[in-house]
Design a protein around this ligand. Structure first.
Ligand code: CA
Length: 241
């Protein structure tokens, strides 16, 4: 860790300096800062960062516009983006995640949390956590702590006991569990999960989450609600893979 190049896009000098200082303390030697969206696009082309910390509220071209621009260009679409947001920008967070941003951190944040999120996103993009076999079939089992899922056989076991999930519940849990810590918005879940036994709407997702958590019992905390945004599989469960 630490070899990665990180681009910090933040117009407030104090925050920019705080982030730079803490990243360098953490061993990230290659940090570049810029304070506008326009500058960010130039910096991405010149510096080729491995990760971008992107403030949403920027003078001129704002963070969402930068995100949209980068995610729509195949040369930059895969660079992970962590959005830095103010509490009042929750609806922007949803838009950003749907555009393909990887994560977000609400200000004010602790630098400890920031560094942990950076490591988590870098781990996610470098290590394949996909359970597919070499042929690309989702045949291999996915293990997350007490949970074991096999999409090929549509088996879901918790502590070795079958979970009895509906088709949609299986799909939702599988979607979230494949990427621990990754926040999915309701509409992303709707788009990924094609319900057969249930008309899938954003409201239906909430209903299915209630049912899923009930079936998970004492492990219901595996699914975390991210207020105003959506759902994610708790990242702690990844440690027990
Ligand atoms: Ca700002």
């Amino acid at each position: 860790m630490g070899k990665e190049k990180i681009l910090v896009v933040e117009d407030e000098d104090a925050i920019q300096e705080l982030i730079r200082y803490n990243l360098q303390k953490e061993g990230f030697d290659r940090v570049r800062c810029c304070d506008s969206g326009e500058e960010a696009l130039t910096a991405v082309a010149e510096f080729a960062p491995d990760l971008i910390l992107l403030d949403l509220m920027l003078p001129g071209m704002d963070g969402l516009a930068v995100c949209r621009h980068l995610k729509s260009d195949h040369r930059t679409a895969l660079i992970p983006i962590i959005m830095l947001t103010a509490k009042s920008e929750e609806s922007d967070v949803v838009v950003g995640l749907e555009m393909g941003a990887d994560d977000y951190i609400a200000k004010p944040f602790s630098t400890k949390v920031l560094v942990a999120r950076i490591h988590s996103v870098l781990r996610r993009v470098s290590g394949s956590t996909q359970p597919e076999d070499a042929a690309g079939n989702a045949a291999a089992a996915l293990k997350r702590g007490a949970l074991m899922m096999n999409r090929g056989t549509r088996e879901a076991l918790l502590d070795g006991v079958p979970l009895n999930l509906t088709f949609s519940e299986f799909e939702i849990l599988y979607l979230l569990a494949r990427r621990p810590g990754w926040v999915f918005t309701r509409s992303q879940i709707v788009n990924e999960v094609k319900g057969e036994d249930y008309p899938v709407t954003e409201r239906a997702i909430d209903v299915q989450m209630v049912s899923l958590r009930r079936k998970l019992g004492r492990h219901g905390g595996m699914i975390e609600t991210v207020r105003g945004v959506g759902y994610r599989f708790a990242s702690d469960y990844r440690q027990e893979e």
